[in-house]
Design a protein around this ligand. Structure first.
Ligand SMILES: C[S@@+](CC[C@H](N)C(=O)[O-])C[C@H]1O[C@@H](n2cnc3c(N)ncnc32)[C@H](O)[C@@H]1O
Length: 286
């Protein structure tokens, strides 16, 4: 058990080995101590969280055993004082499933993509939140190339045996009109082409660009992520950046599996940001 204090939030992580069984003996005593502590700390203005973590076997033999709630120790939070970001995030947050930490990373990486060249692509737009944020930041950075935003607008496709929580059709509660309103009326961006349909097979021919600097893949399942990645990777410019949303999320194990399969290749640097992104940067053509 350890105790830590991050910006006034105290988290206790208990390694009690509980796997859903009713607590007894020492478990009951710890739970009572926890409740008393919780109430005292609440009066002092702190929040106490109990987070159960998996002990795992340590041999990575089963993906189920390599999951735990991650709560990073750092407390530097530039999104709190970045005024342009705050303004844009304030507009898009109700149109997105993606949290502020990941949105801020997209925001920063679009700026970093100025060190590369080509168009920008997002597959997995839903109501347009992250796509609009990417387009606005690209415009603000003076990037002139097109931002392509692709979605079926009918929900997730290609769910399969690698995806334990998806069956297809999730996130269909959106429309192209909703996304257009966000882009044109609320954010007033003019650098976007919306592509409707399953990417890449149904709409790749509508893309004029042959090089990309940035790609955000937020499609939740293995086969879609794979098809999109295999389409865009040869077109990525040097230093081009691909961000996979939901890497590490237990609900999107297909994404984690796909990125892990790709990890070892020499033409890229891949890293896991604990916010739930995997980021791949192209460093070589071969
Ligand atoms: C989690 S949502 C995207 C969330 C969005 N980025 C946001 O800001 O909240 C996933 C989306 O991916 C779309 N999608 C999944 N596979 C796709 C594919 N191959 N082509 C186009 N859209 C796809 C689904 O229709 C769904 O809207």
């Amino acid at each position: 058990m350890y105790l830590r204090n991050v910006s006034g939030i105290i988290a206790i992580t208990a390694l009690l080995g509980m796997k859903g069984q009713p607590m007894k003996g020492i478990g009951v005593i710890v739970s009572k101590i926890f409740l008393v502590l919780q109430s005292i700390l609440r009066k002092l203005g702190f929040k106490l969280q109990l987070i159960r973590i998996s002990r795992g076997s340590g041999d990575n033999s089963s993906q189920d055993e390599c999951y735990e709630i991650i709560s990073p120790l750092s407390s530097y939070a530039p999104w709190l004082t970045d005024r342009p970001f705050k303004e844009v995030f304030g507009i898009i947050e109700n149109f997105s499933l993606v949290d502020e930490y990941r949105c801020y990373e997209l925001w920063q990486l679009v700026a970093e993509s100025k060190k590369s060249h080509g168009a920008l692509l997002e597959v997995g737009v839903w109501r347009g939140g992250t796509g609009a944020l990417i387009a606005k930041k690209a415009e603000m950075e003076g990037i002139r190339e097109m931002v392509y935003l692709c979605d079926t607008f009918k929900g997730v496709v290609k769910a399969g045996e690698n995806d334990s929580k998806y069956s297809g059709g999730e996130h269909a509660n959106t429309s192209r009109v909703l996304v257009e309103e966000l882009l044109n009326k609320k954010l007033q961006v003019s650098n976007v082409t919306i592509l409707e349909g399953i990417f890449p097979e149904e709409n790749q021919h509508k893309i004029a660009a042959d090089q990309f600097r940035f790609c955000h893949i937020d499609v939740d399942v293995y086969q879609s992520a794979k098809d999109i990645f295999e389409w865009v990777w040869p077109k990525m410019s040097m230093n081009g950046i691909i961000v996979f949303d939901d890497y590490g999320s237990s609900g999107c194990d297909g994404i984690t599996k796909f990125v892990n399969e790709e990890w070892e290749r020499n033409d890229r640097i891949t890293f896991y940001n604990l916010n739930g992104h995997a980021v791949i940067i192209k460093i070589s053509k071969f």
